[in-house]
Design a protein around this ligand. Structure first.
Ligand code: DGJ
Length: 742
C-alpha cells in the first residue's frame, strides 16, 4: 500500500517511487503538513520536521505553552480565526454570526482505487492497484459539521488528487463562505511562480515571477475558467529549467470561478490554496446536506518543467479524458468558420466538403450559423433547429450528403446562450441570468441561460437530442462566448443566490454527461471564444478543446507552448487557416502554418475551393504526413525544447513510448541577417540507438542528438540571401522525422 498510517505518531505517509506526502495529526486534532516533495524512506516519525518553538507575540492554543501556535504550524486544511492568521481553506458562517471552527481528527480510511465525485469531473482509476485513496475524517462537534478530506496517490505518477466534502448534521443551517479544494504549506519561499495568463487570442502565455511576502494569485470571476488566467500554477526553484530541477504543479479540475494563490508569510512559509473562488460563492447547508469541492491535482517533478508537464499530459490523457475517443487518433477535419463565417448555403458547404475530401480530410464541421435565422451574431442562439433557407433539407440532409462522400459530419452548438431575438427568449425571458431592476449587459449580443436551473438544461438537452438523433453527427464543437454578468437566478431564494455560479457549472457538466451517455461515440471539442475554457474540468467530457481563435502560426507557437504546460497535445485543437491570417493579417507560408498545427488535433479552417492547385497539392501532402504521424504526435511524450517567449526560435518534439521514433518541430520567427549556426539539443531519445532523419543521408546516435544537437541552421545562418526562395525569410518551420535504424 503506498499509504502508510503510523499509529504511534499519527502520521500518514503517501508515497510512490517518486513522491512523498506526509501529514500528521497534531496535538489539538488539526492536521499538520509535514512534507511534500521527492520520495523519502518511510519511517515511524517525521515529527522533528514540524518544529515547535516559542515565537514572541504569537497567539497560542494552550495557556502556559508558547510553542503551540497555529500561526506557525504548517497545516493541511486550515481554518481562520483560532490562531492561524493566514488565508484559510475553509470558512463557515454559523447561525450566531461566528466563523470560528475547530475541526479535529476523528478517523480515517485507506482503500484501493478512487471514488467518483458525483456531478463533478475528476481523475479516475480503471484497474486495481493504480491508485490508493486516503479519507481523513474531521469533525467540529459544536456546530455538528464534518469534513472528509480525500487524497489519492497514483502508483505510476508523482501526482496526488485532493478534494474535500463538508457535511452538516445540525438542526439549523450553516453557510460555507469558502471551501478550497486544497491547501498546502511549504517550508520556504525560494520559488518562482508560473502562471498561464493572457486574453482573447493570446491565451496561456507563460509568466514567471519571483515569490514575495504577501499574496500572489490568479483567479476568474467570469463564470468560466477564462482566457485571462488558467486554473493552474506552478512553483519552481529559481534554477529549475525545462530539463532539470524541482517544481510543484497545482491544477484545478474545474471550469468555473476559481482562485489559486500563494500566500507567503513573513516567516517564509508558502501556503498554496486552490479552489472555487470564495467571492460570489456562499453555500447554505441544511440538516444532512453536503458540499463536495472540485478536485485539485498536485504534481511534483524533479526533472524540470517538462517532467511536470509530462505527468499532467499522461494523467489527464489517460485518467481524466474518457470515452472511446480517449485513445484514438483524432480525425483531420475541415471547419467552415473562417472559410465562410455566416455566409453559406448547402451548395457552398458541399463544394467545400468535396474539395476537402479530395485532399484527404476526414471530417467536415459545420460551425456557427446553421440554425434559426442566424445570419449574424445578433440572433437565434437558443433556437437549435436548422435554418431551412440555408439548409433546405436540414441538418439531416446535409449530414447524410457529407457522409455519402465518405466524410464524417460535425456540428457547432452554443448550448448555454441565447439572443433576445430568438424564439427561446421570447417564450422564456426569465431563463437568463439577470438581476431585477438592473441593466442586463450583453457579450457578443448574447445572454447567459440560467444553467443552475434544471428545466433550462433539460430544454436545451431536448433540442440537441432531437438534432443528434435525426442526423449522423460524429462530432460536436461546444462553444461559449461570453463572461457572465449581473448573475442572479430568477428562481433562487435570496440566500441561495451565492450558489448560482457553481450550480451553473454543475448544469453544464450535467448536460455534457447526458449527451455523452445518450451519444457515447460523439467526439466533443470544447471551446469558449477559442480557449477560455481550456481546463481539466472540460477534458473529462471533451477530450479536445479549441485552443484559441488566433490561428496565426507565429502566435500559435506561444499559445500551444503555454498550453502544453498542463494539457496534452491530443487535447489541443490546431488548424491551418488562410493567409493573410484573419486575426493579425500576417502572411505565413502554408508550410509554417501546418508545421505548427501538426502539434495538435489537426485540421483546416479555410475555404479550400479558393486555393491554387499548388496549394492543394501541398495540403494533400500535409494531410498524408499527419495521418502517418498523428499517433506519435498525439500520444507520444512531448518535450518543449526552445521557448517562443524567450527568443526568435521555438522548438518541441514528440517521442514514441518505445523511443523508436520522434518528430521534431523547429521554428524560426524572424530571419536574422548573417545569423549564427544553430543546433537543437533533442530529448527523450535512446542514447545508444542510431536514428535516421527523413531526408538526410546520414544517421545519428541518440546521444549525439541529445548532447551535441541536431544541426538546424538554415540559409539565414552565415549567408545573406538576395532572393526569397521559400526556405529563407521570416516565419520558417522545419519538421524532422527520426526513426531508429539500429
Ligand atoms: C468562437 C469560436 O472560438 C470560433 O471558433 C467560432 O466557432 C465562433 N465562435 C463562431 O461564432
Amino acid at each position: 500500500m503506498p499509504i502508510r498510517y503510523h499509529e504511534a505518531t499519527k502520521e500518514f505517509h503517501l508515497y510512490n517511487d517518486k513522491v512523498s506526502y506526509i501529514i500528521a495529526v497534531l496535538k489539538n486534532g488539526h492536521l499538520g503538513q509535514v512534507y511534500f516533495g521527492g520520495k523519502l524512506h518511510d519511517r515511524e516519525s517525521f515529527q522533528h520536521l514540524l518544529e515547535f518553538r516559542p515565537r514572541p507575540m504569537s497567539v497560542c492554543v494552550y495557556e502556559g505553552d508558547l510553542t503551540y501556535s497555529m500561526e506557525h504550524i504548517r497545516q493541511e486544511y486550515p481554518v481562520y480565526g483560532a490562531g492561524d492568521m493566514r488565508y484559510p481553506a475553509l470558512e463557515i458562517l454559523q447561525g450566531n454570526g461566528s466563523r470560528i471552527t475547530d475541526f479535529v481528527y476523528k478517523g480515517h480510511q485507506i482503500y484501493d482505487g478512487k471514488l467518483v465525485l458525483e456531478g463533478l469531473p475528476a481523475t479516475y482509476t480503471e484497474n486495481e492497484g493504480e491508485a490508493t485513496t486516503l479519507e481523513i475524517y474531521l469533525e467540529d462537534q459544536l456546530i455538528e459539521t464534518k469534513i472528509t478530506l480525500y487524497y489519492t496517490i497514483f502508483e505510476a505518477f508523482p501526482a496526488i488528487a485532493r478534494s474535500a466534502k463538508i457535511r452538516y448534521e445540525g438542526k439549523d443551517s450553516v453557510i460555507i463562505d469558502r471551501a478550497m479544494s486544497m491547501s498546502v504549506d511549504l517550508p520556504d519561499m525560494d520559488y518562482e511562480m508560473i502562471e498561464l495568463t493572457g486574453a482573447w487570442s493570446r491565451e496561456r502565455a507563460v509568466k514567471t515571477r519571483r515569490l514575495e511576502h504577501g499574496v500572489q494569485g490568479i483567479y476568474s470571476m467570469r463564470g468560466f475558467s477564462s482566457h485571462h488566467y488558467n486554473p493552474f500554477l506552478a512553483l519552481k526553484r529559481p534554477q529549475t529549467t525545462e530539463r532539470n530541477g524541482e517544481v510543484y504543479g497545482f491544477s484545478l479540475v474545474y471550469s468555473g470561478n476559481f482562485l489559486a494563490q500563494a500566500d507567503v508569510d513573513t516567516y517564509d512559509t508558502t501556503r498554496v490554496t486552490m479552489g472555487i473562488h470564495p467571492d460570489r460563492f456562499s453555500w447554505k447547508l441544511e440538516h444532512g446536506d453536503s458540499f463536495q469541492t472540485p478536485e485539485a491535482v498536485m504534481v511534483y517533478s524533479e526533472s524540470g518543467l517538462n517532467g511536470m508537464s509530462q505527468t499532467y499530459h499522461q494523467l489527464y490523457r489517460e485518467r481524466l479524458a474518457r470515452g472511446p475517443w480517449r485513445d484514438r487518433v483524432r480525425p483531420i477535419l475541415i471547419n467552415n468558420w473562417e472559410g465562410t463565417y455566416f455566409d453559406f448555403n448547402e451548395e457552398k458547404l458541399l463544394h467545400i466538403a468535396d474539395t476537402a475530401k479530395e485532399l484527404g480530410v476526414e471530417m467536415f464541421v459545420l460551425d456557427d450559423g446553421w440554425f434559426g435565422n442566424r445570419d449574424d451574431d445578433r440572433r437565434s442562439l437558443g433556437d437549435w433547429y436548422p435554418n431551412e433557407r440555408k439548409l433546405p433539407e436540414g441538418i439531416k440532409g446535409i449530414a447524410q450528403k457529407i457522409e455519402a462522400k465518405g466524410l464524417k459530419f460535425g456540428l457547432w452548438f452554443e448550448p448555454e446562450m441565447v439572443n433576445m431575438d430568438s424564439d427561446l427568449y421570447r417564450t422564456h425571458p426569465d431563463w437568463i441570468l439577470a438581476t431585477p431592476g438592473r441593466n442586463i449587459s450583453h457579450g457578443r449580443n448574447q445572454y447567459v441561460l440560467d444553467f443552475s436551473r434544471e428545466e433550462v438544461v433539460e430544454a436545451i438537452y431536448g433540442q440537441m437530442k432531437k438534432i443528434l438523433s435525426e442526423a449522423p453527427i460524429s462530432y460536436i464543437k461546444w462553444d461559449m462566448n461570453r463572461s457572465m454578468s449581473e448573475v442572479y437566478s430568477a428562481v433562487a431564494k435570496p440566500e441561495e443566490q451565492g450558489k448560482v455560479m457553481h450550480k451553473y457549472i454543475l448544469g453544464v457538466y450535467r448536460l455534457y454527461e447526458m449527451l455523452i451517455r445518450e451519444f457515447p461515440d460523439i467526439l466533443f471539442e470544447s471551446c469558449a471564444s477559442g480557449g477560455a475554457r481550456f481546463d481539466p474540468g472540460m477534458m473529462y467530457y471533451a477530450p479536445q478543446c479549441w485552443t484559441s481563435d488566433d490561428t496565426d502560426a507565429v502566435e500559435r507557437l506561444k499559445i500551444q507552448y503555454g498550453t502544453s504546460f498542463v494539457y496534452p497535445v491530443s487535447s489541443m485543437g490546431a488548424h491551418v487557416s488562410a493567409a493573410p491570417n484573419h486575426q493579425l493579417l500576417r502572411n505565413t507560408s502554408l508550410e509554417m502554418r501546418a508545421g505548427v498545427a501538426y502539434f495538435g488535433t489537426f485540421g483546416y479552417e479555410l475555404d479550400p475551393c479558393s486555393l491554387s492547385q499548388e496549394e492543394k497539392d501541398e495540403i494533400r501532402e500535409q494531410i498524408a504526413f499527419m495521418k502517418k504521424h498523428r499517433k506519435l504526435i498525439q500520444y507520444g511524450t512531448f518535450y518543449r525544447l526552445e521557448s517562443p517567449f524567450e527568443g526568435n526560435t521555438a522548438a518541441w518534439m514528440a517521442v514514441s513510448e518505445d523511443g523508436q521514433e520522434a518528430l521534431v518541430g523547429y521554428y524560426r520567427i524572424l530571419q536574422p541577417v548573417n545569423g549564427p549556426y544553430r543546433r537543437l539539443r533533442l530529448e527523450g531519445l535512446c542514447k545508444d540507438r542510431l536514428y535516421q532523419i527523413e531526408g538526410k543521408a546520414e544517421a545519428f546516435f541518440g546521444d549525439e542528438l541529445m548532447k551535441a544537437g541536431l544541426v538546424v541552421s538554415d540559409s539565414a545562418s552565415g549567408e545573406n540571401k538576395e532572393k526569397y526562395n521559400g526556405k529563407n525569410g521570416d516565419f520558417q518551420a522545419k519538421i524532422y522525422y527520426l526513426s531508429s535504424v539500429k
